[in-house]
Design a binder for this molecule. Structure first.
Ligand code: GTP
Ligand code: MG
Length: 240
């Protein structure tokens, strides 16, 4: 897996001139075609982060087990392109998935979770990635709808807000997502959702208001909205 990350780095030096010369207009008229998606690289350390030709990227974060990898599988209409597990701590590296035919239109980046099952080096890697990645368009911060936000969530929101505002030169925005809404009893939805929204707003006023999702409901709930959100922030349209 890690050698694939090195190949990703190599690819930059082999960049075709046309790819490097794609104008903003050309890329903004492209489609977000989720039917073609593949794993490209995993990075356990900063030097393993692949260059990937500067295609727009989005990354997920959230407490371990909140449904990050499942959400990206759902966005891509796949069951197991990304590894998921009932046990927290499943994703342990930054995993890069190219979407669209080569060279791809967007890269989805799955990330390890934070909190009790997180590790310091995962946090360091994530922080380094978000503070240096020029093509990063949006960070999706996920909250499991079964629980209100805890101190770690609040700290993370504050930390991301500060990073966002640090020097006014960030390329990305911050979007919240509430997952697993199928697990909230229907008679308490009207209290739970506004409570989480309020917590997000208080900790990070610039965080975009939550998209509400369930990957377990049939049909899935809110996944189209996430797909459209990714397409919009990456300047792509969805194929009809
Ligand atoms: N009921 C329900 N379960 C979900 C939903 N989304 C994910 N899950 C389940 O939650 C568990 C964790 O999902 P993952 O996608 O592996 O979570 P993660 O955030 O990537 O976890 P880590 O990689 O360990 O940080 C799995 O058993 C999923 O099937 C959802 O919307 N509803
Ligand atoms: Mg995961």
């Amino acid at each position: 897996m890690l050698s694939t990350a090195r190949h990703g780095l190599k690819r930059k030096t082999n960049l075709l001139p046309r790819e490097s010369l794609l104008s903003r207009h050309e890329s903004s008229s492209a489609h977000f075609r989720v039917d073609v998606a593949e794993f490209v690289a995993a990075a356990a350390t900063v030097d393993q982060i692949p260059a990937l030709n500067g295609r727009p990227e989005v990354i997920v974060t959230g407490r371990a087990n909140c449904g990050k990898s499942t959400l990206f599988n759902a966005v891509l209409g796949r069951k197991d392109l990304l590894r998921t597990s009932k046990k927290a701590g499943c994703t342990q590296t930054l995993n890069f998935f190219r979407v669209g035919a080569h060279p791809g239109s967007v890269v989805l980046v799955d990330a390890p979770g934070y909190g009790a099952r997180g590790r310091q080096q995962w946090g360091d890697l994530f922080n380094e990635y978000i503070s240096t990645r020029k093509q990063l368009k949006r960070i999706y911060i996920l909250f499991n709808g079964k629980h209100v936000l805890n101190d770690t969530d609040i700290q993370m929101l504050k930390h991301l807000s500060e990073t966002l505002l640090k020097d006014g030169a960030q390329t990305y925005t911050l979007q919240s997502i509430i997952t697993k809404v199928d697990c909230i009893p229907s008679d308490s939805l009207s209290q739970v959702i506004p409570k989480i929204q309020k917590q997000i707003w208080e900790a990070a006023p610039l965080c975009l208001p939550p998209i509400i999702t369930s990957a377990a409901m049939r049909p899935m709930y809110g996944i189209d909205a996430v797909r459209k959100n990714i397409a919009d922030v990456c300047g792509l349209s969805l194929p009809r």
